[in-house]
Design a protein around this ligand. Structure first.
Ligand code: ACO
Length: 324
C-alpha cells in the first residue's frame, strides 16, 4: 500500500475585466495580428483596482472546497504558489487560511514563478505521502498585471491575472499507476539563467516591486527543450508512453511553445488542454486554470491520466503526473 495525494476537486477564478488585444493596441505599439501570430493570445483577464492575489486565490479556493464538499476548517495545509503576493510578508497563503476560518495548521507560499504549480504540487504531495497532513488546499494565483511594464510591448502583451485551486486528500493506493492521485513529480532549476527572465526589483535590492524583463527568444528556446525533457522523464519514471496519457495540461505561456512541445513529444493537439488564447500567461495559475477548464467542460474525467509540465523564471521547470 502507498499513500497517494488524490485531487478531489478543482476551482477557478478569473477577474471580470477582460482586455482584448484590440484594446491593448490602443495604448501599446502592437497589433492583434502580431500578438495572435506570435503567441496565440486573444485576450487576458486583469484584476480590478484593489483586487489582490489573495482575493483571486480565495475565490478559486472557495469553489474547489465547495465542489469537494470539504469545509475550510477541516483542511490541514494551505499552500499558495505565487510570484505576485499581496505583501512581501506574511504569505498570501496565511490570508487564504484566515478567510476559511482555520487556525493552527501550516500555511505558506511557494515561489517558482511559472513553475509554481508543479513545484507546489510536489511539496503538497510530499506532505501528504509522508503522513504529515491528510488534506490540503493548494492554489496557484497571480496578479501579474501589477508587475508588468505596460510600455514594454515585448512583455506586457503576454500575461494575465487569475487563480486555480485544487483540494487534495490522502488515500491508500496499491502503489501502481492504476492508483488515483499524484503518481510522480520531477523538479529542476538552473539559477545561472536567472537574468533571462526576471523582475528588476525586490525588497532587498531596490526596495521596489519592479517589472518583468525577459529575453523572449532565449526563453522560448530553453522552454521547448526543458519541457519535452521533463515530460519524457515523467513517462520513463512511470514506465509508460505518451499514448498512455489522456491529457497534457501544460503551463500556458505561448501557443507556439505548446505546439512545438506537443510536436516534439508526438502527442496529438486534441489531447492538449489550451487556455492561453483566453487567459494569456497567468504564471503559477495557468496549469490549475487549464485543469479546471478541462474538468468543467467534461473532457478530463475521473480516472484520466493527466500530465502537467511547466517552465519559468530561474530557470525552473518540472512535470507532475496524476490520475484524476
Ligand atoms: N507587438 C508588435 N511587435 C512586437 C511586439 C509586440 N507586442 N513585441 C516585440 N515586437 C517586435 C520586436 O520589437 C521585433 O521587432 P524588430 O524585428 O523590428 O526588432 C520583432 O517584433 C520580433 O521580436 P522578437 O522578440 O524576436 O519576436 P519573437 O518571434 O521571438 O516573439 C515572443 C516574441 C512572443 C516573446 C517569443 O519570443 C516568446 O514567446 N518567447 C517565450 C517567452 C514566454 O512565453 N515567456 C513567458 C514566461 S516564461 C514561460 O512561461 C515559459
Amino acid at each position: 500500500m502507498t499513500t497517494r495525494s488524490v485531487i478531489r476537486s478543482v476551482g477557478s477564478y478569473l477577474p471580470s475585466n477582460i482586455v482584448t488585444n484590440e484594446e491593448l493596441s490602443k495604448t501599446v505599439d502592437t497589433t492583434d495580428e502580431w500578438i495572435q501570430e506570435r503567441t496565440g493570445i486573444k485576450q487576458r483577464h486583469v484584476a480590478a483596482d484593489g483586487e489582490t492575489t489573495s482575493d483571486l486565490a480565495i475565490a478559486a479556493g472557495r469553489q474547489a472546497l465547495e465542489r469537494a464538499g470539504i469545509k475550510g476548517e477541516d483542511i490541514d495545509l494551505f499552500v499558495v504558489a505565487t510570484a505576485t503576493p499581496d505583501h512581501t510578508f506574511p504569505a498570501t497563503a496565511a490570508k487564504v487560511q484566515a478567510a476559511f476560518g482555520r487556525r493552527g495548521v501550516p500555511s505558506f507560499d511557494v515561489q517558482a514563478v511559472c513553475s509554481g504549480f508543479v513545484y507546489g504540487l510536489s511539496v503538497v504531495d510530499n506532505f501528504i505521502r509522508c503522513g504529515q497532513v491528510k488534506s490540503a488546499l493548494f492554489i496557484g494565483a497571480e496578479t501579474f498585471s501589477r508587475i508588468l511594464d505596460w510600455e514594454d510591448r515585448s512583455t506586457c502583451v503576454l500575461f494575465g491575472d487569475g487563480a486555480g485551486a485544487v483540494t487534495l486528500t490522502a488515500e491508500e493506493g496499491e502503489g501502481t499507476i492504476a492508483d488515483r492521485g499524484v503518481l510522480s513529480t520531477h523538479l529542476h532549476s538552473d539559477g545561472s539563467q536567472h537574468d533571462l527572465l526576471y523582475v528588476d526589483g525586490g525588497a532587498s535590492s531596490t526596495q521596489t516591486t519592479g517589472h518583468v524583463r525577459m529575453e523572449g527568444r532565449e526563453v522560448f528556446r530553453h522552454a521547448v527543450v526543458n519541457l519535452a525533457d521533463t515530460v519524457k522523464e515523467a513517462l520513463a519514471a512511470n514506465d509508460i508512453t505518451i499514448d498512455d496519457v489522456d491529457w497534457l495540461v501544460p503551463h500556458q505561456a505561448n501557443k507556439r511553445i505548446l505546439d512545438s512541445t506537443a510536436k516534439k513529444l508526438r502527442i496529438p493537439n486534441d489531447k492538449v488542454i489550451v487556455t492561453v488564447d483566453r487567459h494569456a500567461n497567468t504564471s503559477a495559475a495557468s496549469i490549475p486554470l487549464a485543469l479546471a477548464a478541462g474538468v468543467d467542460d467534461g473532457r478530463i474525467k475521473p480516472g484520466h491520466m493527466v500530465l502537467m509540465e511547466a517552465m519559468g523564471g530561474g530557470f525552473t521547470w518540472g512535470s507532475a503526473l496524476a490520475r484524476m
